[in-house]
Each structure stands twice: as C-alpha cells, then as structure tokens.
Design a protein around this ligand. Structure first.
Ligand code: FAD
Length: 472
C-alpha cells in the first residue's frame, strides 16, 4: 500500500506517528505545502519572515533525511484542499496521514479535507505529535477547559505520554513513473520555487517591508543551524543545555541560560515527547533543574490548550472587558519600539537581539511587551504581529497567549498593575550590563532620548485601566 504523508509543522523523521504508521502499512510519499488561506480564512496563519527562512532551511534537511530512507518529499504551493486531493488521486494512494494541528482555522481546514478525501474513497488518519496533552483531553469539573496554569499542570503533568518512536526503516525506491505523475500536478515544484526566501512578495510581512528583502541572510542565519540533524545534536546535549536552569533562566546575557529549543518545537524538528523523555532520563541533571524545565514545556501545552478553546486568541482579548481598553494609536512610538530606539537600554538591546537573531530571551520578551502595551499604550496586536514576523519560534499559541498575558487581557494574566520597570529589570537581571553590551545598537554618547517618562507613563496606563473598568 502507498500512503501520502502530509508534513506540516513536524519536520522530523523520529517520533513521527504518521510516518511510522504509514511505513507499517507499506511505502510512503511525502509532501509539504506552502499553504495559502482561503477566502474564509481557513488554514494556518501565513508564516512570518523569520519562520519562512527557518522552514526553508529545515525542509532542505528533511528532504535529505527522507531521501536517505527512500521516501520522496514533494513541495507544493497553494490551497492544500486542492493539492492534497489531487495528489492522492494521481498517485493512487490508499491513505493520507498527518500530524494533528490545533489552531481553529487549521483544524477546520483539515476537517474539510478529510471529508473530501473520505468521499473519494481515501482513508485519512490524523495523529498526535505536536502536543503532550491534546486540548480536549483535559478539563476541570466546572468547565470544558482550564483558565489557570497550575491546576492544568497538576492535572496533566503525571500522565503517561507513551514511548518515543524510532526513525522508520528505509523503503525500496518508488517507480519513476509514479514520481513523474506527482510532478505533473501543477502545484508541485522545487523547494526554491516556494518563495520562502523572498522578502518582498505580498504577505511577506512587516519585517521584510521595513528592512528590504532577505534581512535574515545578513543577520539571523549566522545564529542558527535549522534542521532535524542539528536539533538531534541539541537533544543529545540536553544535560549541558539545561544544567543550572533554575538559577540561570533569568539571566539574559548568558547564552546558555535557557535551551533555545523553541524553534525546534515550533517547526517540529523535535517532538515535545522527545524533549520530555530526554529531560526525564538525563541522570546528570539536578531534580530542581529537571522539574523547572519540564514545567516550562507544559506552559507551551497550556498555550495550545487556550488557543484551542479561544479560537480568536490572536485578535480578541480573553477578558472581554479589554475590548474597551483605550489603547493609543501612535505610529511613531511603535516605530521606535521596533527599531530599538526607545532610549531604554534593556528594551533597545532586546529589540536588537530579536532583529539580529530572530530570538529574544523570555525575561526581555516580557519587559519589551510590557513597555509597548503599558508605557506606550499601544495595542498588543502590533507587538504580536512584529514578533510573529521576526521570531524564528513564532507560533500560533505561545505568541498571542504570551502577549495577552503581558497585556493583562489573557487567562491567568499578570495583574494589570504589574508594569515592568525596564530600568529596575535591567538592574536586577543585567547588573553588569553584559546583555546590554552584547546587543545595544548605540553608545551612551549616541543614545536616543527616552521616549516616555517611566513614572508618568505608568500612571497613564493605570488610569487607562481604571477607565476601562469603569466602562465595563
Ligand atoms: P526554555 O526556557 O529552554 O524552555 C523550554 C521550552 O518550553 C521552550 O522552547 C518553549 O517551548 C517552552 N516555554 C518556555 N517558556 C515558555 C513560556 N513562558 N510560555 C510558553 N512556553 C514556554 N514562545 C514561543 O515558542 N513562541 C512564541 O512565539 C513566543 N512568543 C512570546 C511572546 C512574548 C511577549 C513572551 C513574553 C513570550 C513568548 N514566548 C514564545 C515564550 C518564551 O519566551 C519562549 O518560549 C522562550 O523564550 C523560548 O526559549 P527557550 O527555548 O530557550 O526556552
């Protein structure tokens, strides 16, 4: 039997249930699609600039790895609902398999595709793989979902998540006739044809528009090795990566303070189960480091739990009263924030780290997000969109959920009055200015003047919050 495996955000070959099951049934042909959303907005959110670069590089490696297993990987661009059905028919496969995704617009599309395929006589199997806890499998007694992290985590942390699956066995080559038939599908093309590295086409995003095309080649490309092989090397080294996590995790200047595995999870080069198992079985870790790091993995699970239950998480506040929040509309403030010219060194260093590397330390993400939404009173959407475009780990759950958390409109959010003071945060978490020296794009002599007064802008934020409460 021949199975079509549709790869999406799961660019790996080990611990891949769909691939393993397909190989158990016979031979496999694989496809990855650069998806375009339909008029109703179904399908995944179009990738931001940094993630498009990452996906292109990671797909190059996946292509080689699958090819070593005798499995061809096709590339296509356009509407998945057409491409998958066309490929399934012209290749004469018996089944189509994929790893489940959880954002509502993607789930709706996958449901439609499944119906069409079933109607045409194909078997469809969706598999787990992106999460340890599928969102519908955890609920408190009083509701269909959790709103607070700790009870969610207590309910799910002890669950058996099964064993990591090995790489599947290599298969004998597919016939040339079959492969030519695949290439006759008009949407099928070479990886380079997908345009993932083009910076200027429509929809490429704000970052590309702001900087001209291909900013990643001068900047972020030097900081990462995308692809499942480098990811697996990181996994082998997990004990070194998270050794001392409990004490180092809030030190942004320390390059090893956190694992930097987020883009691996985002693109599925590693599964959360591989990471959980590695953390559990690495004996050289202290109990505290192990537990603290595993807990963070469950924050990602919790973000997906919320994203599943709040389908408009990237546009609507979870707390409805925030519909009335009097955000200001100040392009100039937003431009300074994006460019890292606010005059507050921790903010500006963070925004420079993001621009240069496609990643920012979690502590600094919180401080820069608080500054934008509270001191500058700009809507969190604008920050979320900028992060979406510039982060190599930008995902449809962690990004909007974290922004809403900082902005105060999310579930289990930081209390609104907790406005991070960037100067105090700098003293606490970067007392020797090591982080600032690494990233700050200016010297004290050329420093821009502070964009806002911290005390006054904090007061203005608290008044805006009161105003919202009075209107709600
Ligand atoms: P580690 O500390 O080594 O943690 C291991 C893994 O646990 C991470 O890779 C991540 O998958 C998960 N994790 C850690 N912290 C969090 C957290 N606070 N919330 C959810 N999951 C977490 N993370 C993303 O993956 N994608 C995003 O788009 C994203 N946007 C964010 C936006 C803002 C405003 C904020 C405040 C945070 C955002 N985060 C996002 C969460 C967090 O900052 C990153 O997951 C973390 O910095 C990744 O670095 P790491 O892999 O070294 O993390």
């Amino acid at each position: 039997d021949l199975t079509l495996v549709w790869f999406r955000d799961d660019l790996r070959v080990a611990d891949h249930e769909a691939l393993t099951a397909a190989r158990a049934d016979g031979r496999v042909i694989a496809v990855w699609i650069r998806e375009t959303r339909d008029e109703e907005g179904l399908g995944p959110r179009p990738l931001g600039g940094a993630c498009r670069w990452w996906a292109h590089e990671s797909l190059t490696v996946l292509h080689e790895e699958l090819s070593d297993l005798g499995i061809p990987l096709l590339f296509a661009a356009g509407r998945a609902e057409k491409i998958i059905v066309q490929l399934a028919s012209s290749l004469g496969v018996t089944a189509v398999r994929w790893t489940r995704r959880y954002a509502s617009a993607s789930r709706a599309l996958d449901g439609q595709i499944k119906t069409v395929l079933n109607d045409q006589g194909f078997t469809v199997h969706s598999h787990t793989g992106a999460l340890l806890v599928e969102p519908w499998t955890a609920a408190p007694q009083s509701s269909d979902h959790y709103k607070v992290f700790t009870p969610f985590w207590k309910a799910v942390a002890g669950r058996d998540v099964g064993d990591v699956l090995p790489k599947p066995q290599a298969q004998s080559p597919l016939s040339q006739t079959l492969l030519s038939r695949a290439h006759e599908c008009p949407a099928v093309m070479e990886l380079d044809g997908l345009g993932l590295l083009d910076g200027t086409e429509t929809g490429a995003g704000e970052a590309a528009a702001a900087s001209g095309p291909r900013w990643w080649q001068d900047t972020i490309a030097g900081h990462w090795s995308p692809g499942l092989r480098a990811a697996e090397d990181q996994l082998d080294d997990l004990s070194a990566i998270i050794d001392g996590y409990t004490t180092s995790k809030d030190v942004p200047s320390d390059a090893a303070s956190t694992s930097r595995l987020s883009p691996r999870l985002r693109h599925g080069e590693l599964s959360p189960r591989q990471l959980l198992q590695a953390a559990r079985t690495t004996s050289s870790l202290t109990q505290d480091d192990r537990a603290a790091w595993i807990r963070q993995l469950y924050w990602r699970e919790f973000s997906w739990h919320l994203t599943y239950h709040y389908p408009h998480i990237d546009s609507a506040p979870i707390r409805p009263e925030f519909h009335n929040f009097p955000y200001e509309d100040d392009d100039d403030a937003l431009t300074h924030w994006r460019a890292g010219t606010t005059g507050y060194p921790l903010i500006d260093a963070g925004m420079a780290q993001l621009w240069q590397t496609g990643w920012m330390h979690n502590r600094v993400r919180m401080v820069t997000a608080s500054f934008l939404t509270k001191n500058l009173l700009q809507h969190w959407w604008f920050g979320e969109q900028w992060f979406w475009d510039t982060l190599v780990d930008a995902d449809e759950a962690n990004n909007p959920v974290s922004w809403q958390w900082v902005a105060g409109s999310g579930a289990d959010a930081a209390p609104y009055f907790r406005v991070f003071n960037p100067e105090r945060q700098r003293e606490r978490f970067d007392p020797d200015d090591a982080y600032i020296e690494d990233w700050l794009p200016y010297t004290p002599a050329t420093a821009p003047p502070p964009l806002v007064d911290l005390r006054q802008s904090r007061q203005a934020a608290l008044s805006a919050y009161d105003h919202m409460k009075n209107r709600s």
